[in-house]
Design a protein around this ligand. Sequence first.
Ligand code: ZN
Length: 307
Amino acid sequence: MSSAGSIRAASALHRRRALLAVPLLTWALRAKAADAASRTLAVVSILPQKQMVERVGGDAVRVEVLVRPGQSPHTYEPTPQQIAAIGRAAVYFSIGADFEPALVPKLRRAHPKLRVVDTRQGIALQPMAAHDHHHHGHGQHKHAKGAPDPHIWTSPPLVKQQAATIRDALAELRPEARAQFEASYARYAEELDALDAEVRQMLSGKKERRFMVYHPAWGYFASTYGLEQVPIEIEGKEPGPKTLARIVARARAEGVRVIFVQKQFSRTAAEALARDIGGEVVELDPLAEDFISNTRLVAQALARALR
Ligand SMILES: [Zn+2]
């Protein structure tokens, strides 16, 4: 073997190493791009949106939620610090929460570069279920008067639509990651379709179609599956015997066998109520972060109790 040949062999080996090193380098760069610092910061109004943006955006995004767990989006007001902090984000996904009409113009003034994406696009909004809350100065569950029902995250097909809007917005912000967003969206959409089919299957053949809710957040879920939510007003913390009696009377009058309550119900109160209506009383948080398991919980309760 001549020395020239051995040099050629060496440089060929070197080239092979260099070729091998390219994917490794790309991989390392990708891993680096996934670091928190280079992730696209997205701000959302409420927790259920976090799942949508994370499922579509994967490790290319970081999501911050304005309304913290335990706060009500109906009474929430962003602090000046939060408004300033939104300026660090690339995109804000609005959903129609009560505080947004006041917030969005402030954001546009303070952060002209921030992309504001309304995730209601492509969704047929429906009126808010009629209920008593508007007549009370009670505040906690008041909805903006005359505004459409803002709870568009409680129906799988509508969540799919919102996820598509999120996918398109992220792809515009990060064109190099478009394929990743499209693939993640496709997986999420498939899961939402499966959930939709599962809920339909669980409710098929049920003659009873009504359920009672503490807070009428399930209007879009109800209309998607041909159900009807009956809102009940429960004020205060632990409902007393009078309130429970009123709920039972209403449930019997309306032929309701499923009641979704919120945290302030004790297990004892819930069990008594379930016994009295001969059905299911389930604690439910309409703002749960994991929309998919929350929806399954709702459908399972309905499937067990409705006839
Ligand atoms: Zn609400």
